[in-house]
Write a new protein. Structure first.
Length: 132
């Protein structure tokens, strides 16, 4: 059973944003599965890298949309993105050094962050884009 099943309540009704969100949810679940299966550091590290890279790609896409449409809350939204990237990147440095492992609390943090960010910030962005 996935840690974080996709739920239509998370839909923003912007096709590109929703497609990316589904992929992010899949990657969080893939990381969860790797942790539960006791996969080694290399396997978990690969999934973590994929999650980080895809998150950066997704954030860049959203930020291009914000710039293109002069979104009023761009600075606040970008700040949320930057904060998550910093936190996950800091974790990755410690993971690579062997001082941290993938844990249920990390995965819960990622799930909760995504749910909160999608439900509030991304839905507001998508609503603004739909209104143009």
């Amino acid at each position: 059973m996935p840690l974080f099943p996709w739920d239509d309540k998370l839909k923003t009704n912007h096709p590109n944003i929703d497609t990316d969100h589904k992929k992010l949810v899949d990657l969080v679940n893939k990381l969860y599965d790797a942790m539960l299966a006791g996969k080694g550091k290399d396997a978990c590290g690969q999934v973590l890298n994929e999650l980080i890279n895809y998150t950066k790609t997704h954030f860049a896409m959203e930020e291009r949309l914000m710039a293109t449409h002069n979104y009023a809350k761009t600075a606040e939204h970008k700040s949320e993105h930057a904060k998550l990237i910093k936190e996950v990147s800091d974790f990755k440095v410690k993971f690579d050094a062997g001082s941290l492992t993938i844990t249920a609390s990390l995965l819960s943090f990622l799930r909760d962050w995504l749910i909160n960010h999608i439900s509030k910030s991304d839905k507001a962005l998508a609503d603004s884009l739909a209104g143009r």
